[in-house]
Structures are given as structure tokens and as C-alpha cells.
Design a protein around this ligand. Sequence first.
Ligand code: AFP
Length: 337
Amino acid sequence: MDHAADAHRTDLMTITRFVLNEQSKYPESRGDFTILLSHIVLGCKFVCSAVNKAGLAKLIGLAGETNIQGEEQKKLDVLSNDVFVKALVSSGRTSVLVSEEDEEATFVEPSKRGKYCVVFDPLDGSSNIDCGVSIGTIFGIYTLDHTNEPTTEDVLKPGNEMVAAGYCMYGSSCMLVLSTGTGVHGFTLDPSLGEFILTHPDIKIPKKGNIYSVNEGNAQNWDGPTTKYVEKCKFPKDGSPAKSLRYVGSMVADVHRTLLYGGIFLYPADKKSPNGKLRVLYEVFPMSFLMEQAGGQAFTGQKRALDLVPEKIHERSPIFLGSYDDVEEIKALYAEA
Ligand code: AFP
């Protein structure tokens, strides 16, 4: 009998236990972050269950509304947003919420306020819902650094000021990937226990990868450096093998694969979308935070992504993120352009 393996199987590191362990390193901590995270985890479990039942529950289909990005809202988007907003407000630990689905920020009423601001996309990749392909929730967390009335300025801060970021992927398994600034850790939902269990401690992205991930249908509108980079991926002139192309079209799925296998994910600017497609606060920043914590890089075409200072809550930015060496190559092409 393999006692070591057995001990591992019976000594389950749940996400709550993990965060409580982290918290014990800070004697001044009062458990606010653990409580906030437990509400995020509840939202993720709810959405996971709703996604799994979507076909059965006839949740698939348009809710008859258009969100502020001009995209058709699905029932699951609406449901996920409601669940997360209510879970975050009821945690008593938040003051400002920014959701992809809501045009305006939500300011929590004074009696329920707490010291965190959460930016999130409750259900990213919604065009993949109807065909059962992986989708996810993305979130980033800032602390409120004053006791005055909160404003949107409290979240219009660079990504390097986030205190935590993560995503939950609703795929063949449900996985929550989290960083509180001390590495990146992955937890898989054990459906029989209803608990996220640490399965991927201290994830490190390979320094160089052999996969690139981009919507190549936009190629005719790309700028010079992006075009040259993708050309290099396909027709390398230095004797290295050509990279494989993988593109799901759900940022969570594409970034998750990039984090585990290495390589690069690109959503560049193009002639039609000069700022790219992806939103700074709840797509670019959380994923860039995770990439850097895992040893990779995230670049906008001009600067380190986490150094951007957003002016609007739904601002967009081009993004190139992934393995350190792969992002170095695209940085070099922009530097010489
Ligand atoms: P949807 O939520 O509309 O499916 O958009 C998903 C997304 O914001 C992100 O998850 C993908 O990486 C990206 O858009 C895909 O965009 P393209 O369809 O333009 O490739």
C-alpha cells in the first residue's frame, strides 16, 4: 500500500483551508479576504452547476437584452451576474463592484460595505455556451484605501495594485485558479464533496512554449509586429519547429491552456478595433496578474499590461500574454517597429 499517496488523498487542502493558512502568516489579518473569497467560491459553484444543467433547464437562449458592449446577453450571463453581485454584496466585504454585464459600477450600501473592490466578468466566452465549450468567470480584487464615499476611481487603478486575481473554468472539470500575489494555485471542484481541492500547487508557466493562440480570422487587419510574429510562429527561420495553433475563443480556456502548457495568447489591436477586444479591468488585468505570478509576461504592444491605468471601467486593450520568452519576442518586434 502506498501510504504517502494515501495520506495525500485523505488530507484534503480545500481552498478555504489554503487561504486560511496564507492568512495566518499575517497576524493583523481579520479574515476579511477569506470571507470574500468564500462568497466568490459560492458564486463559482452556483455557475458551475447552472452551466452543467443549462441544456436541461432550458437556460440556453437569449434573454432578450443587449449588454453595454452591444453583445446579445444569454440567460446564463444574466443569471451568473445576479448570483455574483448578490454573493459579493452579501459578503459584507465589498464597496465597489464592476461587472462586464453592468454598464455602471455597483456601489454597495453603507451598512454592507467592506474594504474590497471586485471587478469581474461573471461568464466570459458566452458565445461558446450553446455548444458546450469551456467558459469561465474572471475576477480581480483591489483594496479600498480610504473610508470616504467610494467612487469609480477606487477601481480605475493599475493592475499592479490588485491584491488578488483568478478565474474559474467551467470545462471538463471545474477549476479555480487563484493568485493572492504569492504564486498561482489551481483548485479542482470535487463534485461529490462540493469543495475546491488544491490539485495544482504553485503553477509555473514553461519559459517557452510551442502553441500560439489568436483569432487568425482578423489577420488582414493586424498591424506589422503582430503579422510578423504570427508569420514567425508558422514559418520560423531559425531552425526551430513551427508552433501549433489552438484557439477556443473563450479567454479562460485559452489562457488556462497557455498557463499549463506554455506558449502565447494574443488579442491584438486591429484596424477595426484599435484597442483590441478584451476589457482591461476584468479580462486583461486578472489574466496578466496570474501570468506574471506564474513566471510569464503580459504586454499591451506598448507596455507591461499591469502598468496600464484605465480611465473607464469598460476600457479595452490589446494583450499578448504567456511564456516569458514568447512574449519577449513580440516585445522585440514592437520595439523595432
Ligand atoms: P464572448 O463572451 O462574446 O464569447 O467573448 C469572449 C471573449 O471576450 C474572450 O473570452 C475571448 O478570448 C474573445 O472574446 C474571443 O473573441 P473573438 O470571437 O473575436 O475571437
